[in-house]
Each structure stands twice: as structure tokens, then as C-alpha cells.
Write a protein of this length. Structure first.
Length: 136
């Protein structure tokens, strides 16, 4: 059922929806601990920041500028990942003190079901180099 995120609190409170799937930052900012009790940590999504650019413009930059940009991207991607991990750790602690109960979902059985053709089809589409970067 499509729903604007701002309607989520009321939808959970009234039973219009029984569950929701959002990062901990959304649970915290919308105070969803008031209308839901359980959180299953599934690690099924990781949403970082995406860097998107114009390829012809990128190719027009001198190599030395490309190197500077690439080095800074590596630095700040690592910082962003570290920040996200720390934020989620803190949010879990905060939400637990507000009564939320966290469940570590068994993700291995889910992953096992996808190891065959699902991952292989994406690996084939993306190519070995890109797939390797994705796994990192």
C-alpha cells in the first residue's frame, strides 16, 4: 500500500498498516517507537550516498584533477560509512531505551536462497570488475 512517510505514524497507530520498513533514523525522527515495538535487523538494504556525474564532463577534466577527486571520494565514502555505522549503533541504543525490542534476523537462510541464479544474473549483467567493487 503506497503511503507518504508522514502518514506512517497514524497508519501504524490505527492498524492501517501492521509493519513498516525504514532505517532507524526514520523510526527515531518520526517517533515510531510510540506505535511499534519490534525491529528486525535484516541488513537487506544499505543506502549510502550516490555520486552521480556527467561522463563527458568527467572525461574533459585533466587527469590530475580526476585523481584529486577520486582520492577525496574514497576518503569521504569511508567517513560516511563510519558515520552511518556509528549513527545506527547510537539509534539502536536510544530506541531500545524507549522500549523497542531488536531482533537479529537470520539473514543467512535468505542469502542462501539467492546464491544461485539471482546473484549470478546480476554478476553477469554488471561484469566481474563492477561486481567485485560492489562486494567490497
Amino acid at each position: 500500500m503506497p503511503l507518504f512517510v508522514i502518514e506512517l505514524y497514524d497508519a501504524l497507530q490505527t492498524g492501517k498498516v501492521k509493519a513498516q520498513e525504514n532505517p532507524l533514523a526514520i523510526l527515531d525522527s518520526l517517533q515510531l517507537h510510540e506505535v511499534t515495538k519490534f525491529v528486525s535487523k535484516t541488513s537487506h538494504v544499505w543506502s549510502g550516498f550516490n555520486l552521480i556525474g556527467n561522463l563527458p564532463f568527467w572525461q574533459s577534466l585533466p587527469t590530475n584533477l580526476q585523481v584529486i577527486i577520486q582520492n577525496n571520494i574514497k576518503i569521504h565514502v569511508a567517513r560516511q560509512k563510519t558515520h552511518t555505522i556509528a549513527l545506527n549503533t547510537q539509534l539502536e541504543e536510544d530506541l531500545a531505551t524507549k522500549g523497542m525490542i531488536f531482533n537479529e534476523a537470520d539473514t543467512q537462510t535468505f542469502s542462501d536462497c539467492l546464491t544461485g541464479s539471482f546473484y549470478q544474473s546480476w554478476k553477469d549483467q554488471l561484469g566481474a570488475e563492477l561486481w567485485s567493487l560492489l562486494e567490497k
